[in-house]
Design a protein around this ligand. Structure first.
Ligand SMILES: [Fe+2]
Ligand SMILES: [Fe+2]
Length: 149
């Protein structure tokens, strides 16, 4: 008693969000690796990533990663706040990546190489963040399901 349960469906929404971001990152990776891909195609995908992340971060911030479930565990709250604090910096980096696309290069190859370097650096940071969030959400979910007092 004393706890309002959350529907597992809400947690599912968090996990689904992560799967969607992951799928988009894979799609972009595939485009960079494919010699036939064009600047337009990659620019379009990176634009989609920027838009998706604006939504993604806002979604997580609004839910506070299930603040209620986290309340049962102070160390999870500290961890959650530290992760949410990483959002502004990543939002800025995603915007920079998008802004950088406007600059013209002499060749498709040059453009791809430079943009790929920016993308992969950003992807590594983002994937690390997402992995940490998955661990946090799994812990919160298990606690939430296991609480009967
Ligand atoms: Fe996040
Ligand atoms: Fe996330």
């Amino acid at each position: 008693m004393g706890t309002q349960g959350h529907s597992p469906g809400n947690f599912k929404q968090f996990f689904d969000e992560h799967v969607a971001v992951h799928a988009l990152l894979e799609q972009i990776d595939e485009a960079f690796r494919r010699p036939s891909s064009t600047m337009e195609e990659i620019s379009g995908l990176l634009g989609q990533l920027g838009d998706r992340l604006v939504y993604h971060f806002a979604f997580e911030e609004e839910g506070g990663y299930f603040a209620e479930a986290l309340l049962h565990s102070p160390q999870l709250i500290a961890k959650a706040n530290a992760l949410l604090d990483q959002h502004p910096k990543m939002r800025t980096r995603a915007q920079q990546l998008k802004a950088d696309l406007q600059r013209e290069e002499t060749s498709n190859e040059q453009w791809k190489m430079r943009t790929a370097a920016l993308f992969y650096a950003f992807r590594d940071e983002l994937l690390h963040h997402e992995r940490e969030e998955n661990i946090l959400l799994q812990e919160a979910y298990h606690r939430d399901m296991g609480i009967n007092d």
